[in-house]
Ligand binder design. Structure first.
Ligand code: ADP
Ligand code: MG
Length: 630
């Protein structure tokens, strides 16, 4: 799928109109000064569209974008002054900038968001100092003059108009590649990790590498913009690449609309034009400018680009109802009973497709048990949340984990899925040790999950949410995405098909194009199941899947869990709804105070004195029976 197909027909028409306007622009521009301003705006635009990868998509604050811009400009200037052609110097500038961002990203991107912000501010200062003090190479405060210009096919570009068309091509390319990334599994993964880092990891996304990729893309955009800048103005000095400039780039993105390449365009235009338009106000200009930006952030927190929705010009996302519009609380028509046979017709036979338990020859225990947990202990300071828990989960069964609040059920799922690393014990998934692995590696090994506190990716559509899961085994492949290769397009189609199948399986395919955040609670839980299912898991963990569901919805959930089992997927679920647990489980494990106190079939558990004790504080069978029958 290419970038343009993301746009609605009205927006497509608008894009064509804009393109025609941009081609004619030099005919109507009043003078050289304005033309120059437009050209500098185009260069800023490339920097800001680049910034959108790390700040917009990944939600990481980067104040080094001006420094990267400067590095690109200086590398190009130094090399072309030494006699290298612009076209040879520009790729070097791009690579050097990308490498610098790797150096910055490797130690900081593992940490939380504000560490990158701090590191980038420091990096900006260091780059300034180097540019000023490394005089023999950078020319110190006076910078480098008479930098050679840009030749295209043997023709040296002269004047603002020629440069305008040249820069316009670069801007179009920058935008187009940015849209390609956005509409690929990479863009979805970046936004997924911004919306919920842990939910992205359990879908197999290596969030650290993904942020690194976004940072390298961002800085490479800035580096290329720097090369274009110095080829255009033939002069470079350190003061241009200050942290104040970095903040300006950041504000351009925020004012336009974080997370949208179109927002980057709007923000860049407004903040390039506004200072000029307000110039007559002299010293009052800065005051008004500041107030204007504060007002914009207060009243248009999603940026200027969000206004387009009011005029129905949105892309795929904004064409859908506002994320705040709640859908009805009832589920759509398709019931899961029809689904197991038809669903996943398109899904590639995944590496984890397993036969149902009944079909598995009952040979050795190792083959029957998909998951073997042995002596797992998880402490939080002095609190022992899991105390030497051991259990076996048979392949293709539904295994419930129940217990009073705080008994360690969620912690158990967190240990299995890699959110926590247990201090002791082992978890074997088909013989592969999971403890010590990161959640993304565990997802790839075939274990996926949903969350007790719903964690859908609110900024993505329902279908895109599930496509994130479907891309679990896809790998990175940036080159294929940028080139829009046939393989990439085919992968995108396959992801879409298997995501649709997963949505049909849980019965919410009608909502595919809605923003995920607009779904009702119960539907968001089903969406999480579909998303986890799309990773093609051997084992699926569901943490209180029926929470917030009415009895009718809970019945549908039971049918879905049964259908999952029929597909050969092992389901481990934590649930308070006793009716649901008793109706669907093949085996129940009961926790109390982090210990396994009982295990058995629903019939055995209902009459287990220790279970009754744990739930009611004293043995009274009738009460448990009552709640079971409720
Ligand atoms: P359940 O899901 O059975 O209600 P949890 O697994 O959420 O219980 O919690 C078990 C115990 O571990 C509780 O006492 C809880 O406060 C504690 N706990 C869980 N997660 C953490 C954490 N990240 N840090 C500290 N304590 C935790
Ligand atoms: Mg819990």
């Amino acid at each position: 799928m290419n970038g343009i197909s993301l746009l609605s027909p009205r927006l497509k028409a608008l894009v064509l109109l804009c393109a025609a306007g941009l081609l004619m622009l030099p005919l109507v521009v009043p003078g050289q000064y304005v033309m120059q301003l437009i050209n500098l705006g185009l260069i800023s635009l490339i920097v800001v569209v680049g910034l959108n990868f790390i700040t917009g998509y990944c939600g990481q604050i980067n104040f080094a974008q001006a420094a990267f811009w400067g590095i690109g400009a200086y590398v190009t200037a130094i090399l072309t002054l030494k006699g290298l052609s612009f076209w040879a110097a520009l790729p070097v500038a791009a690579v050097v900038t990308g490498l610098c961002s790797l150096l910055l990203g490797i130690p900081t991107l593992r940490l939380r968001a504000y560490y990158l912000a701090m590191a980038t501010i420091a990096f900006g200062e260091i780059v300034q100092l180097v540019l000023v003090h490394w005089e023999p190479v950078t020319g110190g405060t006076s910078g480098l003059r008479n930098v050679p210009g840009i030749s295209v096919a043997g023709h040296l570009l002269v004047g603002n108009v020629q440069h305008y068309y040249f820069l316009l091509v670069w801007c179009a390319l920058a935008m187009w590649l940015s849209l390609r990334v956005r509409s690929s599994h990479l863009g979805r993964a970046m936004i997924a990790l911004r919306d919920s880092e842990i939910a992205a990891e359990v879908m197999g996304i290596d969030t650290v590498r993904m942020k690194m990729l976004a940072l390298v893309l961002s800085s490479t955009y800035a580096g290329i913009a720097g090369g274009l800048y110095v080829g255009y103005v033939n002069y470079v000095s350190p003061d241009l690449f200050s942290n104040a400039q970095a903040v300006l780039f950041f504000v351009m993105l925020v004012v336009g609309g974080v997370g949208s390449a179109v927002g980057a365009v709007v923000g860049t235009i407004v903040l390039t034009a506004l200072p000029e338009a307000l110039r007559f106000l002299k010293e009052w200009y800065l005051v008004l400018y500041g107030i204007g930006i504060i007002l914009m952030i207060c009243f248009l927190p999603d940026g200027l680009v969000s206004m387009s929705r009011r005029f129905g010009l949105g892309g795929a996302r904004s064409a859908a109802p506002s994320p705040h519009a709640r859908a009805g609380t009832t589920l759509p028509t398709p019931l899961p009973e029809a689904t197991p046979a038809t669903a996943f017709a398109h899904a590639p036979a995944g590496p984890h497709a397993a036969a149902p338990a009944s079909a598995v020859p009952g040979k050795a225990a190792a083959a029957t048990n998909v998951l073997v947990v042995d002596g797992v202990t998880q402490r939080f300071g002095g609190l022992v949340a899991l105390d030497g828990v051991s259990l076996h989960v048979a392949r293709g069964t539904v295994h419930a984990v129940i217990g009073p609040n705080g008994s360690g059920k969620t912690t158990f799922l967190n240990v299995l899925s890699g959110a926590y690393t247990a201090q002791a014990g082992s978890v074997l998934l088909d013989g592969v040790e999971l403890i010590g692995r990161r959640p993304n590696a565990i997802a790839k090994a075939g274990l996926s999950r949903t969350f007790q506190n719903i964690r859908v990716y609110n900024s993505l559509t329902v279908l895109e949410n599930v496509m994130v899961g479907a891309a679990c085994h896809a790998g990175m492949r940036l080159a294929g995405v940028l080139a829009g290769s046939a393989r990439q397009r085919q992968q995108e189609r396959a992801l879409r098909d298997s995501a649709r199948d997963a949505l049909e399986f849980v019965g919410i395919a009608d909502f595919a194009d809605r923003p995920a955040g607009s779904l009702a609670y119960a539907q968001q839980r089903l969406l999480e199941i579909a998303r986890a299912l799309a990773t093609d898991p051997k084992v699926l963990l569901l943490d209180e899947p029926a929470a917030g569901m009415n009895p009718q919805e809970a019945s549908r959930l039971i049918a879905i869990i049964a259908a999952l089992r029929d597909r050969g997927i092992t389901v481990i679920f934590v649930e308070h709804n006793v009716r649901l647990v008793m109706e669907i489980s093949d085996c129940i494990t009961v926790f109390d105070f982090g210990k396994k106190i009982a295990e058995g079939t629903p019939q055995q558990i209902q009459i287990d004195p220790q279970v009754i004790e744990a739930y009611l504080g004293r043995p009274r069978k009738s009460r448990v029976r009552e709640s079971v029958n409720a």
